[in-house]
Design a protein around this ligand. Structure first.
Ligand code: GUN
Ligand code: ZN
Length: 436
């Protein structure tokens, strides 16, 4: 059955940072998106598209609305939902004192299932329709998340965290278990509906060389599969990784050595990278997940987006919350943090660049751009509709904007979950305010 929505529309085909706003961004002031069988069947100006629709097609209009591709959070930890906003530590202590305590609770599948429900409901409330998610070391915690996502028809990438050293015994697997359990999960979930598996070593320090080797072998068996991990988030972590791998030239070289750098390999952070490492990421096709609210929260540093994207070796970068070190599910909030991080590097990130990163940029990092991340005929109908006048202050401020770029910037600086008027997943309304 065909359905349609009507409002202003914004979508990106290419990075405005590299190709210019004109070439990369499509904006319609009054558009219609027609959805059928979970996909986008037509998109265009209301004046041309509405007369072509049969009378039985229901068109839902959103006054003051802006239709965007659903936001894509390309690096997030669902088990950390219950410990978001844990006070006052930097990465390694934060992991030991909060994260590794919390994640032990996910040995209980009922607990994992309950948190997965909250996590996905929050994502939809914030207009996030797809994400790449770290679970815990327990395979049940992966099943719980995929089951909850399947009920909502969400396109989700997730994986069992693998770690066999430097964490509490209850959270450790082994090289062999990491391989076997990941492989069993791949068999159960990869390609089932909209689920995709990601091979997920937590980060180099918590995996032995044997485990990294086993996961590299698994990755070689599945050359198109996503890989996710962390890289160069803090100086202390980098020194630790290097001390464990003295023969590797740098931290990125560790992942390269074990065959874990390639397209669809997405590394969280990458704040403190040498030029050589950025070149290696580019050459291998691997991507970075920019997690600015997390980086501010843990005091990890200020990712230099302009440097990472610089020609002639523009590393693919997506935007991510990295919750629970990240401080919000909201990609608007995350864009604001990205703007602030860029400012501190002397670079005023523009609104089109930020909205690109949160949609098409994340899709490209995850290798999903042929499915989601843009509003184009044939792509899956994952959409968010923003209400551009969601609070009294935003309403007032919007009276003074002169063009779409100013309007977008107001949204990313002042907007939050209240700006989400509707979230559509595979063509179906999955969230609107006031809905139970
Ligand atoms: N590095 C290794 N594990 C984690 C994690 O859970 N969160 C963040 N922010 N960094 C990490
Ligand atoms: Zn992370």
């Amino acid at each position: 059955m065909k359905t349609a929505i009507r409002a202003a529309l914004l979508t990106f085909s290419r990075d405005p940072l590299l190709y210019g706003v004109e070439a990369g961004m499509r904006h319609e002031s009054d558009a219609v998106v027609v959805m059928e069988d979970g996909r986008i069947a037509a998109v265009g100006p209301a004046s041309t598209l509405l007369p072509t629709l049969r009378p039985e097609v229901v068109v839902t209009s959103y006054p003051d609305g802006l239709i965007l591709p659903g936001f894509i959070d390309c690096h997030v930890h669902y088990p950390q939902t219950e410990m978001i906003a844990a006070y006052g530590e930097q990465l390694i202590d934060w992991l030991n004192h909060y994260t590794f305590v919390t994640e032990q609770g996910f040995a209980d599948k009922a607990h994992a299932a309950a948190v997965a429900e909250v996590f996905l409901a929050e994502q939809l409330r914030h207009g996030v329709t797809s994400s790449a998610v770290f679970c815990t070391v327990f395979p049940d915690s992966v099943d719980a998340l995929f089951e909850a996502a399947e009920r909502r028809r969400m396109r989700l990438i997730a994986g069992k965290v693998c770690m066999d050293q430097f964490a509490p015994a209850a959270l450790l697997d082994t090289a062999e278990r990491a391989y076997d359990e990941s492989k069993a999960l791949i068999g159960r979930w990869h390609g089932r509906g909209r689920a995709e598996y990601a091979i997920t070593p937590r980060f180099a320090p918590t995996s032995s060389s044997a485990q990294l080797e086993a996961l590299g072998a698994l990755a070689a068996e599945y050359p198109d599969m996503a890989i996710q991990s962390h890289l160069a988030e803090t100086p202390r972590e980098i020194a630790w990784a290097k001390s464990l791998h003295p023969d590797c030239p740098h931290y990125t070289g560790v992942y390269q050595h074990y065959g874990l750098l390639r397209p669809r390999a997405v590394y969280g952070h990458g704040i403190h990278l040498q030029e050589e490492e950025l070149q290696l990421l580019y050459d291998s096709g691997a991507s970075l997940a920019h997690c600015p609210s997390s980086n501010f929260f843990l005091g990890s540093g200020c990712f230099d987006l302009r440097r990472a994207r610089a020609m002639p070796r523009p590393v693919t970068v997506g935007l991510a919350s990295d919750l629970g070190a990240g401080t919000s599910f909201s990609m608007l909030h995350t864009m604001r943090s990205a703007y602030e991080a860029a400012q501190l590097n002397g670079f005023p990130l523009s609104a089109p660049q930020a909205f690109y990163l949160a949609t098409r940029g994340s899709a490209e990092a995850l290798g999903l751009a042929d499915k989601v991340g843009s509003i184009e005929v044939g792509l899956e109908a994952d959409l968010v509709v923003l209400n551009l006048r969601s609070t009294p202050l935003i309403d007032f401020r919007m009276r003074y904007v002169r063009d779409i770029q100013e309007a977008l910037f107001v949204q990313m600086i002042l907007g939050d979950d209240r700006a989400v008027a509707a979230t559509y997943v595979a063509g179906q309304l999955q969230y609107c305010p006031g809905q139970a």
